[in-house]
Design a protein around this ligand. Structure first.
Ligand code: GRG
Length: 339
């Protein structure tokens, strides 16, 4: 007898079915202002990414005018380390590739690419590349395919890809490919939807999706669409895990790059995302009934965008590789490969 799938039970007859745009905007803008709140205090180590989630989500919801853009640009500038060329999550913290990508995404999105010192940013990224082509995230030396993606995405946004050894970087990413068609964070590590997005995004940005032959691509697309759970319709990040709204981004974006997004049952997933909204406070949680946060709110909205669940004047089109509004990517003429 087949083992039943781990899943959550949702009473869809009582679940939220409308998109709560105004509430989400109030939730997101309020998050940034509540400096005295406990949540604000304990999230300083990832604040730059939080600001990126906020700007991207508001822009996709046609509400970027609800924040003080100069205040945000000022914040990003305060996190720039002139010595290394990278950015930290908040002032006086160490720089890291994760927050450097978020900072670059914010400046590009807010039309202030002129504030980026391309030369010093490129050198910062170059010195993080290792002999095997991998990237460390910071001086402490952790290696992860997330950092390969961050490095390439930053360089692509400032049109400086040739700064690093792309062939060796590609070889490292390919060395993280597993027998099931998925990718992990280092060679031999378990396949995970988040890492798959990073590796496919990397290959898309360097235009080397040909590194995956047809049977690997199909196996990977099957693995990805098997992330959809029968009962709830939500997606998990790997087998035997519970569904989580954020995988509406990591899994769908990966399928979009592979040209197989229609392998997901979109009606069921849209219902799951909408049910994960908090109809009192606004914002999306990881799954219905849990506490909402800006991370899951962005990835709920980007998931809905990839599924074309609403008209473009309600949710703008998101770019499946860089997770930024498509109009920004088009404005800068940034090219990537989609199958
Ligand atoms: C520009 C969108 C964008 C991203 C930048 C940082 C990054 C590049 C990508 C992160 C990819 C990733 C690893 C996502 C997964 C995040 C997540 C929810 C991890 C939780 O992992 P577990 O093992 O959860 O705690 P599961 O769901 O497996 O139980």
């Amino acid at each position: 007898m087949a083992t039943p799938q781990r899943d959550v039970t949702i009473d869809y007859s009582k679940a939220q079915k409308e998109l709560l745009i105004e509430k989400h905007c109030a939730f997101l803008t309020g998050y940034g202002h509540s400096h005295s709140k406990y949540e604000y205090g304990i999230t300083d180590y990832l604040r730059m990414s939080g600001v990126y989630w906020l700007c991207t989500c508001l822009d996709l919801l046609n509400s970027l005018n609800k924040i003080d853009q100069n205040y945000i640009i000022d914040y990003v500038q305060k996190c720039h380390d002139k010595t290394s060329g990278g950015y930290s999550p908040c002032p006086n913290h160490d720089t890291h590739l994760l927050y450097t990508l978020s900072a670059v995404q914010i400046l590009v999105q807010l039309n202030r690419i002129d504030l980026i010192d391309k030369q010093s940013l490129s050198s910062y990224i170059k010195q993080l590349q290792q002999d095997d082509g991998s990237f460390i995230g910071d001086k402490w030396g952790e290696i992860d395919t997330r950092f390969s993606f961050c490095a390439i995405a930053c360089l692509k946004l400032i049109d400086s890809l040739d700064t690093i050894d792309i062939d060796r970087a590609t070889d490292f990413v390919m060395s993280c490919l597993n027998f099931d068609g998925g990718f992990g964070c280092i060679p031999g590590a378990e396949s995970h939807a988040g890492q798959i997005y990073c590796c496919l995004g990397f290959l898309s940005l360097v235009q080397r999706l040909d590194k995956l032959d047809l049977s690997t691509r199909n196996m990977l697309a099957w693995w990805l669409c098997e992330r959809q759970l029968e009962k709830s319709g939500g997606l998990n990040g790997r087998p035997e895990k519970l569904p989580d709204v954020c995988y509406s981004w990591w899994v769908l974006a990966s399928l979009k790059i592979l040209g197989k997004i229609e392998w997901i049952n979109s009606d069921k997933l849209i219902k799951f995302i909408l049910a994960s909204q908090d109809d009192e406070t606004g914002g999306c949680a990881d799954r219905p009934g849990n506490v909402p946060d800006p991370f899951h709110t962005l990835f709920g909205v980007t998931g809905l965008s990839l599924l074309n669940a609403f008209d473009e004047n309600i949710i703008k089109k998101v770019n499946p590789v860089l997770c930024m509004p498509e109009y920004v990517i088009e404005k800068y003429g940034i090219k990537m490969q989609l199958l």
